[in-house]
Design a protein around this ligand. Sequence first.
Ligand SMILES: [Zn+2]
Ligand SMILES: [Zn+2]
Length: 404
Amino acid sequence: MSLAALAPSLLVASQRIAERLTADRRHLHQHPELGFQEFETSRFVQRRLAELGIPFRVPIATTGVAAVIEGTAPGPGRTVLLRADMDALPIQEESDLPYRSTVAGVMHACGHDAHTAILLGAAEVLLGERRRFSGSVKLAFQPCEERFPGGALAMIEEGVLENPRVDAAFGLHCTPQLETGTLGYRAGPVSAASDRFTIRIRGKGGHAARPNSCVDAVVVAAQTVVMLQTLISRETSPIQPAVVTVGAIHAGDAHNVIPAEAEIRGTVRTYDVALRATLGQRVREVAEGVARTMRAEAEVLYTMGYPPLVNDPSMTRLARDSGIEVVGSDNVVEGEQALGGEDMAYFMQRVPGCFFRLGTGNRARGITFGNHHARFNVDDAALPIGVAAMCATALRFLARAEAA
Ligand SMILES: [Zn+2]
Ligand SMILES: [Zn+2]
C-alpha cells in the first residue's frame, strides 16, 4: 500500500476508536495531576499498554512511561519517537462540563489529557499496522511539561532516546485557535527560550527631603528598567524576535521615605541561541553598570528556562505532507510562533523532528477558550485526527528512512 493510500486507512482506524479516545480523554480530564505527581495517570497509561500487549518501561523520570512498538516488515528499520505530556495545571476549573475536574485547584487546562489519550490511540493503531513498517516507534509519555525543569530532560537523562536509538521525534499540541479538522506546521523556531531574572538593588535609605544623603533605590530601579528596554530597541536586530519584560518592581512603602532597596523581576524571550546568551549577559551588565554609576549595588539572579523549540525543516515537510494526507491541503495551515516555553525543545535539540498544532477549537460548540484558561476545553472530534496525524507521520518517517 502506498503512503498516500495508507493515511486515509489510518484515519479510518483512528475514527473506529473515537469513542474510547473520548472516554480516555474525559477520564484523564476528571483526574488531573500536577507535574511529577502523575501517578494515577501513569498507572492508567500502563494499564492501557498492558491490555494492548505493548511492552513498556517504568519507572522513568518518576511518573513517565516509555513504550516501544516494533514493526514486523523486513528491513533494517529506524526508530521514531512520539511524545505526549501528561501533567495538569494549578488552576481551578470554571466550566460546568459533566467531566470537569474532580480535583480542587487542579485542571487539564492545556490539553495534556488529550495528548495522552491521542498517544494511547496511536499505540493501538500502530500496533494494528505493525506489518506495514520496519523499525520501531517509541512512545514517550512524559511527566511535567508545565514547570521548569520539566520531564523531557529527565526522560532523556534516563535514556529514552537510547535502546533503540531514536532517529526523529514528533509531538503535537492542542490549539483552540485552530478549528477541529485543521493541522498547523511551521519550520524553525515555534516556541521561545523563556528565561527569568531578579535584580536586587541596594542603595542607602533616608528622609525623603534629604536625597543628597541617600542613594535612592527607586530612581536606580527606574533607570535600570529604561536601560533594559534598550537591549531590544537598540542592541537587537529588528528582524529578530525577542522580548524583555519587567513584570514586577517592588520598593518602599511610604511617601516620605527613600527606600534603601528595590527588586525588579522580569523575563527574556528569544528564539536565537546566540542572542539568548548575549541578552542574559547584557541584563547583568546593564543592572550592575547602572547601579554602579548611581552609587548603588545590584545583584542579578538569572535563571535559564526551556530552550527554544526549533522544528527541523525537512522533518516539518515530512510531517506536513502526512498531515495533508490526513485532512487535505485546504486544512493544513502555517503554525504560529508562540513565545511560551515547551520542553519538547530538549528532544528537538538532540534529534530532528517537528512539533505541530492540532486544531481543537469548535466555535459552534463554544470551544474557544485559550490554553491555561479556567474554561479551556478540547473538541473530542479532534482526537482521531491527532491519532491519524501522529501515525501517518511516524510511518512516513520509517518508510523514508528505509528508502534512504
Ligand atoms: Zn501549558
Ligand atoms: Zn501544553
